[in-house]
Design a protein around this ligand. Structure first.
Ligand code: NAD
Length: 293
């Protein structure tokens, strides 16, 4: 069975690829960022919009496809971001879906940001009306619409954390700030909450979701306050962190919390996050990466 993973050089893509390889799958990883091949992993370094012949052939012949490639980041407001989101989240998604035969199962990474946050502390359910607050969330809602009428599983991950987390995400930014003796920037309030999923469990859940159909949240159903996340960073780094609370941008959901009932019904289990362990692993891995650089 050959599985194609787009975005295989990214944070979640690397963890998913490792989990698939450990389960004995043959994987073709597609990413415009190079990554080393490994036993069982064929790497295709190309942009999904380049119409690369090998990428097209891999997508046409795959037994299953994970489409994780995209332009992440709710808060990104760098120049050209609207175009990059459209290009990498919508156009690249359309290209992948057009190339994969309709009978082949596809798992597509959307985002919990399409909910615009949990309302009144109630977990967001897949049947909720979408309320995308910013350009990132809107591009993911468009990606979801492209999947209509085919055998696709649209996954809405909540915050994923652990080794290799993207450098722009809160825990990664905070770990770096704590080690440099800078204050941790907190957007909005310390009482805001995030549903945080351990990247290893996110990868396992993605593996188990292959072959299902429809929309599903990927989260734990438990919120961690920004205060507790900052405390975990302080404990792991052994530093006394200072906090700088600033106004949150409009696109930033207040709280995020997954209704996990559908996920459990599909895969038979629900991810659970040991925040301290996840932050410890993330910290250890960033040390290794920094040391290797
Ligand atoms: P990431 O940025 O680490 O990985 C995405 C990868 O996709 C990168 O390696 C990038 O090079 C590649 N890519 C992007 N556009 C491409 C293109 N046109 N052609 C080829 N490669 C391309 O992001 P991540 O955190 O691993 O997230 C993976 C997916 O999950 C993304 O679609 C993201 O929007 C979604 N998501 C992530 C989180 C999270 O907490 N990390 C939460 C919700 C949704």
């Amino acid at each position: 069975m050959t599985v194609v993973v787009t975005g295989s050089a990214g944070f979640i893509g690397r963890a998913l690829t490792a989990t698939l390889l450990a389960a004995g799958r043959t994987v073709i990883g597609v990413d415009r960022v190079p990554q080393p091949p490994r036993p069982g992993l064929t790497v295709l370094t190309a942009d999904l919009l380049d119409d690369d012949e090998l990428v097209r052939a891999a997508l046409e012949a795959a037994d299953a496809v994970y489409h994780l490639a995209g332009c992440p980041g709710v808060r990104d407001d760098s120049p050209g971001i609207a175009w990059r989101r459209h290009r990498d989240n919508v156009l690249a998604g359309a290209r992948v879906l057009a190339a994969v035969p309709r009978r082949v199962p596809v798992v597509v990474a959307s985002s919990s940001s399409v909910y615009g946050g949990a309302r009144h502390g109630r977990p967001s359910a897949e049947t909720d009306r979408l309320r995308p607050l910013g350009g990132y969330a809107r591009s993911k809602a468009r990606l979801e619409a492209l999947c209509a009428g085919r055998q696709a599983t649209i996954v809405r991950p909540f915050t994923v954390a652990g080794e290799g987390q993207r450098a722009d995400m809160a825990l990664a930014v905070w770990l770096e700030a704590a080690l440099a003796g800078r204050p941790l920037r907190v957007l909005g309030s310390l009482e805001r909450t995030r549903d945080v999923t351990d990247v290893r469990q996110a990868a396992r859940a993605l593996v188990d979701l292959m072959g299902t159909r429809g929309v599903v949240n990927l989260g734990t159903g438990r919120g961690h306050s920004l205060r507790s996340m900052a405390a975990a960073v302080a404990a792991v780094t052994g530093t006394e962190v200072r906090l700088a609370v600033e106004a949150a941008p409009r696109a930033e959901p207040g709280d995020s919390l997954a209704d996990t009932r559908r996920l459990r019904s599909l895969i038979g289990w629900t991810p659970e996050t040991d925040l301290l362990d996840v932050v410890r692993r993330q910290h250890a891995a960033s040390g290794v990466l920094a040391g290797a650089a």
